[in-house]
Ligand binder design. Structure first.
Ligand code: G
Ligand code: G
Ligand code: MN
Ligand code: NA
Length: 254
C-alpha cells in the first residue's frame, strides 16, 4: 500500500529515469539504437524493479501516465541523439498490456512523436504475445494503425507465450525478440539451438526481423551470427546504460 502511494508521486518527484540497452546489428557490427528500460529509485526504499512496480501501476491505473512519460522521454532522448548527427538511431519502448489496451494509446504514441519530432520509423514498440491476444481484433486494429503511421511493432519475450503459429501469420508485426531463456544456454543445449534456429528461419520466411535477447557470451553471439540472426542484445554487447554513458560509450565510438 505504501509502494502504491510512493509510485503515484514518482513522476512528479522525478524519481523515474530511463536506461538504454544498445542493439547490435550482427551483420554490420554496428549499434543501430537501443531499448529504453524504466528505472525507479525511491529515496527511502531505493531501487524497485519494473517487474514489481509495473503490475502495481497497472492495478492502480497509473500505467497510462507512466507509459506516456516513458514514450515521450525515450523519443525526446533519441531525437537529441539524431540532432547530434546519429540520425538513424532507433528506440524500442516496452508497452504493458493494460497500457496498450487503453483507448488513448494510439494518440499517446502520435503525441510523443509529434512532441519529440522523432521520425515514426525510428520508434519500435515491444508488446508481448499475451497483450496482443487480449482483445485480439482490437489489438490488430491498433497495431495496423501504428504501422500505417510508420511505427514498428515487435513481439517481446517471443516463445514464452502460448500463441499459436497461425496468429503469427495474421498479426501485423515487424520484429520477433527471442526470449532470453532460449539464449542463456544456447551454445551447450541442442534443444535451444534447434528452437532458436527455427525461430530465425521462420522470421526470415515471414520477412520479420529477429532479435536475440540476453546474449551473455561471445560464443552465443558467434552462433547467432552464423544462424543469420539480424540483431542481438545482452550483457556480452552492452548492459543498459544511462543516456550519458550511451553517448560516451556508444556514440563516440561509432
Ligand atoms: O530492465 P529490467 O530487467 O529490470 O526489466 C524487467 C522487466 O520490466 C522486463 O520485462 C521489461 O520489459 C520491463 N520493463 C522495463 N521498462 C519498462 C517500461 O518502460 N514499460 C514496461 N511496460 N515494462 C518495462
Ligand atoms: O522483457 P524484456 O526483454 O524487455 O527484459 C529486458 C530486461 O532484460 C532488462 O531489464 C535487462 O536488464 C535484462 N537483460 C538485458 N540483457 C540481459 C542479459 O544479457 N542477461 C540477463 N540475464 N538479463 C538481461
Ligand atoms: Mn523488452
Ligand atoms: Na524480452
Amino acid at each position: 500500500v505504501e509502494l502504491e502511494r510512493y509510485l503515484r508521486k514518482a513522476l512528479e518527484k522525478q524519481e523515474c529515469f530511463l536506461v538504454y540497452q544498445p542493439l547490435l546489428d550482427l551483420m554490420t557490427g554496428k549499434i543501430i539504437g537501443s531499448e529504453a528500460l524504466l528505472r525507479w529509485k525511491h529515496p527511502k526504499i531505493g531501487f524497485v524493479s519494473p517487474l514489481e512496480f509495473i503490475p502495481i501501476a497497472e492495478e492502480i491505473g497509473f500505467i497510462h501516465e507512466l507509459g506516456r512519460w516513458v514514450l515521450t522521454e525515450a523519443c525526446m532522448q533519441t531525437k537529441k541523439w539524431h540532432d547530434l548527427g546519429f540520425d538513424s538511431l532507433m528506440i524500442s519502448v516496452n508497452v504493458s498490456a493494460t497500457q496498450f489496451q487503453h483507448p488513448t494509446f494510439f494518440e499517446d504514441v502520435q503525441q510523443a512523436l509529434k512532441q519529440s519530432q522523432l521520425p515514426a520509423h525510428c520508434l519500435h514498440l515491444e508488446l508481448t504475445e499475451s497483450s496482443m491476444l487480449r482483445n485480439m481484433y482490437y489489438s490488430i486494429h491498433v497495431m495496423k494503425k501504428l504501422q500505417q503511421l510508420g511505427v514498428q511493432v515487435s513481439i517481446d519475450d517471443f516463445g514464452t507465450g502460448y500463441s499459436s503459429l497461425s496468429y503469427l501469420k495474421n498479426l501485423p508485426i515487424n520484429t520477433l525478440k527471442i526470449d532470453r531463456s532460449f539464449i542463456y544456454q544456447l551454445h551447450q543445449d541442442r534443444s535451444d539451438i534447434a528452437i532458436v534456429k527455427s525461430i530465425i528461419t521462420m522470421g526470415h520466411g515471414l520477412r520479420l526481423k529477429v532479435v536475440a535477447e540476453g546474449v551473455e557470451t561471445a560464443e552465443q553471439m558467434k552462433l547467432l551470427k552464423r544462424l543469420k540472426c539480424h540483431y542481438a542484445q545482452g550483457y556480452a554487447i552492452f548492459k543498459p546504460l544511462s543516456a550519458e554513458q550511451f553517448e560516451q560509450q556508444v556514440l563516440q565510438g561509432n
